[in-house]
Design a binder for this molecule. Structure first.
Ligand code: CP
Ligand code: NVA
Length: 307
């Protein structure tokens, strides 16, 4: 039985297997076949923060696979009515897989510690692994072979950019973060990546123009993540020179794609012009959340009786 809390939980060959399964199931789905690989399986979604993409893409993926979903909000009394250990042991008696979106990463760790069903991180303050899987699927669909290509993230060293840096390292892609000083990726995370991927080419810069020059994909995310609302005003000032606009995209290769995990704050981290440009792959990227997670569910559920 395996969990996906961060992409450190998957070896490179395992990420590649999940992506292959995702691509296979996507092709089947587009051909009109929704193979019910897991009939009557039950997926629990335990969400502490709002969501459109993650919630709906997991729900639809599970319907396609033949199972069903329980969306659990605050009313289940999570963390309030009983200990996390009791909660997790009981929930995993009913659910075959648990997807959790939590304010604090330690919450998903605690859930996984006691769960007898696989736990998938549907976003925490630390990481957003399912997003990174869908993003790589999108880059693969655009360019075919991704090895040696560069993903440039213009913005905050947050949950999304951390997960992207790690998946790039695992899959042999280069990763550059263009961020204002003090918003870069944290040392402990980079050190952990360096331990498992010694040859990783990562660059940190305060110059977005130089950063996008040889990028295959230019990526951004909101400047203030959920939970950072109090810092919004300061961040708006600090990140102002890091907006992804038409001028910045002119410095990127003509065939570079633009990616955003969404939801976007149009007019802040990215302009309408870029969001709606022919280079923008944001809609396919969001659609790929469902396909990538289907691949992940199939991979994890096939291993539910292991170890
Ligand atoms: N990208 C993403 O996770 O979107 P939601 O917050 O809508 O799930
Ligand atoms: N960094 C953003 C991603 C939302 C999908 C957040 O955590 O709010």
């Amino acid at each position: 039985m395996r969990h996906l809390l961060t992409l450190f939980d998957l070896e490179t060959v395992e990420i590649e297997a999940v992506l292959r399964e995702a691509a296979r199931l996507k092709a089947d789905c587009l051909a009109g076949n929704r193979e019910p690989l897991f009939p009557r399986f039950v997926q629990a979604l335990l969400f502490e923060k709002p969501s459109l993409r993650t919630r709906v893409s997991f729900e639809t993926a599970m319907v396609h696979l033949g199972g069903t979903t329980l969306y659990l909000g605050a009313d289940v009394g999570w963390g309030k009515r009983e200990t996390p250990a009791d909660f997790s042991r009981v929930l995993s008696q009913y659910a075959d897989v648990i997807v959790c979106r939590a304010k604090s990463h330690s919450t998903v760790e605690e859930l996984a510690k006691y769960s007898t069903a696989p736990v998938i991180n549907g976003l925490t303050d630390l990481s957003h692994p399912c997003q990174a899987l869908a993003d790589i699927l999108t880059i693969q669909e655009t360019f075919g072979d991704i090895k040696g290509r560069k993903l440039t993230f213009v913005g905050d060293g947050n949950n999304v950019s951390r997960s992207l840096a790690l998946i790039c390292a695992k899959l042999g892609m280069k990763f550059t973060l263009a961020a204002p000083a003090s918003y870069e990726l944290d040392e402990p995370w980079l050190n952990r990546i360096a331990e498992v991927c010694p040859g990783f080419e990562v660059e940190m810069t305060n110059d977005p123009v130089a950063a996008v020059k040889d990028a295959a994909a230019v990526y951004t995310d909101v400047w203030a993540s959920m939970g950072q609302e109090a810092e919004e005003e300061k961040r708006r000032k600090d990140f102002a020179p890091f907006q992804v606009n038409f001028k910045l995209m002119e410095s990127a290769p003509k065939d570079a794609i633009f990616l955003h995990c969404l939801p976007a704050k149009r007019g802040e981290e990215v302009t309408d012009e870029v969001m709606d440009s022919p280079q923008s792959a944001i809609v396919a990227q969001a659609g790929n959340r469902m396909h990538a997670q289907k691949g992940l569910l199939a991979w994890l559920l096939a291993r539910r009786n292991e170890g």
